[in-house]
Design a protein around this ligand. Structure first.
Ligand code: ZN
Length: 133
């Protein structure tokens, strides 16, 4: 059901400050985007074949703002690439997993995404991500 890790999401207070650190070690962002559904601005960086998504809240209502308020900056989620997100969600639902999103929505890079509740995944907020191309 899971193809690979698509990216790791890191909650940051400021993209600009976070990118200063990555810039200092020679890593530049390759993609910026505002994701309305999550009330975040994101920057993607690539390390080898791996992607890191830096997430900065655009509103105090953003789930990222709430996360930072509670836990501080840090690893927020792990995203897995799936072939068919609806099938994956059904499979998880049937196995008793608690889903945050029972229906996929549009995330960064116009991918279909849905989150699984950390209560069902050993405390790790888990994102499923399906490319629409
Ligand atoms: Zn993500």
């Amino acid at each position: 059901m899971l193809n690979k890790i698509d990216h790791v999401g890191i909650a940051v207070k400021s993209l600009e400050d976070a990118l200063k650190f990555y810039g200092s070690i020679g890593i530049k962002p390759y993609h910026f985007e505002e994701v309305e559904s999550q009330k975040v601005r994101v920057a993607f960086i690539k390390v080898g074949e791996s992607n890191i998504e830096l997430l900065e809240p655009t509103s105090i209502e953003s789930p990222i703002a709430k996360f930072i308020e509670k836990k501080g900056e840090g690893i927020h989620h792990i995203a897995y690439e799936v072939e068919n997100i609806r099938e994956s969600l059904n499979m998880l639902k049937e196995s008793g997993c608690q889903l945050i999103d029972s229906e996929p929505k549009v995330g960064a890079h116009e991918k279909l995404i849905a989150f699984v509740h950390p209560k069902s995944t050993n405390g790790v907020l888990t994102e499923l991500s399906q490319s629409m191309h």
